[in-house]
Design a protein around this ligand. Structure first.
Ligand code: SF4
Ligand code: SF4
Length: 224
């Protein structure tokens, strides 16, 4: 055997035993080379599924892809007419919850905008009018704006709110608008949204200043 140097390519010695399984090279017959039989075979499978699925859809035999587990058949859904149910704790678009008199529960404390990592909440606080029992205890949001395009749906604002005034339980996901302005959700719109239960309020109790149940300081009585 000739001596091998590092530059000599390795070749299998003649007569060396064959190891492993030998796979014969496929024969390229005219049938294989023409591709036509496989083409028609593939088309037949496609058409078989097409007619089967169409028949099931027309006769109402198609299993519900949203609610039923499917092992075969059409697993896609006709979005947006059909939607998969969102999980219970899905964080959707924000809403501002209301008090019994229809005003927002928000007291413009700015906790949510401070906690927001995307800095997409803008609030301008206003003072209640002279004589309003809430004046001096709390303020109200003159302006409350959320930039839903910048929002990362982290839910920190909901966690930070001490008044249960902002929620993300609408079950609505962000809409694919085509203009920047449409992603700016203002107070009136945020107050329009309902929770998934259809409510605009919150079941958590709210004690208004002046009510006997209000836990805050009573400055008139100066008893604290
Ligand atoms: S969900 Fe997160 S990012 Fe969006 S407004 Fe709330 S705190 Fe900001
Ligand atoms: S929504 Fe809640 S946290 Fe945000 S300003 Fe209003 S009361 Fe404060």
């Amino acid at each position: 055997m000739p001596k091998r140097t590092p530059s000599t390519p390795w070749t299998k010695p003649a007569g060396a035993p064959v190891q492993g399984k030998v796979i014969p090279r496929p024969r390229r017959t005219a049938e294989v080379q023409s591709y036509l039989p496989e083409l028609f075979r593939g088309m037949a499978i496609t058409m078989r599924h097409f007619f089967k699925n169409t028949k099931e859809m027309m006769l109402g035999q198609k299993p519900d892809p949203v609610l039923e587990a499917l092992n075969e058949g059409v697993t896609t859904i006709c979005y947006p007419e059909e939607k998969r149910p969102y999980p219970e704790r899905f964080r959707g678009l924000h809403r501002l919850t209301l008090r019994d008199d229809g005003s927002p529960r928000c007291v413009a404390c700015l906790c949510c905008s401070t906690a927001c990592p995307a800095q997409c909440i803008h609030i301008e606080a206003g003072e209640y009018a002279e004589g309003d029992k809430r004046r001096g205890y709390e303020r109200f949001p003159k302006t409350f704006v959320i930039d839903e395009l910048r929002c990362i749906f982290c839910g920190f604002c909901v966690e930070a709110c001490p008044c249960d005034a902002i929620r993300m339980d609408t079950g609505i996901h962000a809409t694919p608008y085509d203009s920047r302005e449409q992603f700016i959700y203002r107070k009136d719109l945020l107050m329009e949204f309902t929770g998934r239960d259809g409510s605009r309020t919150s079941a958590n109790p709210r004690h208004e200043p002046g009510d006997p149940s209000h836990p805050g300081l009573s400055r008139e009585q100066n008893d604290h």
